[in-house]
Design a binder for this molecule. Sequence first.
Ligand SMILES: *Cc1c(COP(=O)(O)O)cnc(C)c1O
Length: 460
Amino acid sequence: MKNKKHPKKIYLNENEMPRAWYNIMADMKNKPLPPLHPATKKPVGPEDLAPLFPMELIKQEVSTEKFIEIPEEVLEIYKIWRPSPLIRAYGLEKALDTPAKIYYKYEGVSPAGSHKPNTAVPQAYYNYKEGVKKITTETGAGQWGSALSYATQLFGIELQVFMVKVSYHQKPYRKTMMRLWNADVVPSPSPLTEVGRKILEEDPENPGSLGIAISEAVEMAVKDPHTKYALGSVLNHVLLHQTVIGLEAKKQMEKVDAYPDVIIGCFGGGSNFAGISFPFLEDKLLKDQKMRVIAVEPESCPKLTRGQFRYDFGDSVGMTPLIPMFTLGHTFMPPSIHAGGLRYHGAGAIVSQLLKDDIIEASAVHQNESFQAGRLFAQAEGIIPAPESTHAIAQTIREALQAKEEGLEKTILFNLSGHGHLDLGAYEQFLEGKTQDYSVTDEQISKNLKVLDHMQIPKI
Ligand SMILES: *Cc1c(COP(=O)(O)O)cnc(C)c1O
């Protein structure tokens, strides 16, 4: 062991838990542009969002207040798995023979096995407080669906989950978790909605996408006044709830006198990335603290590294508001990689603005590099990471090897967003040499973005 006095795990007590989420909007010089109504293309107001979300979440969506109090009821539920451990990755450091100090925050300790319950619980809570009886949602790999199933049944709310068809068949046990937690789960595209029926008519074998599943869930919520909709990433209030991760991590690092030079999170829509990084970014925005913050996406769905910053729909048929974001175009169909949670065409507005302003950076890794990183991590640290999380590990390894080359003792913090116990089928494919690296051509990307020009979506 390099440093016997430094603990392997850094814990917080329950009474050291954050009492409020951090809202980075308060500290951003350039705030994100407002979302636009899909039909009128005018900024959306609270009344436009009211059919979809409870008022408290709508308020949080546009709030510029710096701290938003975590309700007592939510804190009590958080305590089942929070504070989550911060772990020094001695094993990985040794395996890489790097002078870098590597820390990771482990969110796989939650009931659903990922960071997603951090927002599922408050979302279910605010819906419950406002008398909502039923919620609809979409899920890719099944992480969000299972997290929200867990949360809604705690508050006696009914849940309809639209699960991306390819994942529904690849990950049957996630479906079982959702059903155990009382949710109704259907593969998307489904015959339950107009959007789903139309897509199935044109292409019965359509593997589905997060965008399609969102469209289905939104359609069902809009048509029923007692039903609302919940989203597991992208939106400001989701990112806000996830800051509990970084707020804890900051306190934990303080306990061992450490501070990250590099912060890394994998990137689907931005929620776990925002969760680990925003509380540290406060220091960059206000105190000019030098640090690099890196969002890591799959090469097969490269919205941050190769997409355009412009208004686009959050779903794939154009029902949601237009969000100012880095996007590949809402008609982009990512290849069926195993990190299902990273197959989304766009990115959250806040994260997109931060990237545009060069406050954060982005990188992309191929599927096989990620799985190799996941295997090395499993061997060195014991935990089998979710395929999504392996993207953050792959980037961490790149940084640690670079530190070795340069002889620099930098401190790296990454978010281990979930465990991979329900993704062993994917690891099996990797071990059999059957996982492919998919590249997207510039032509494919520009073809999808041209669709936006034709739809006369306002440019930024
Ligand atoms: C959903 C998910 C992601 C991607 O979503 P973000 O909103 O970008 O965090 C990453 N890791 C795991 C384990 C997930 O379940």
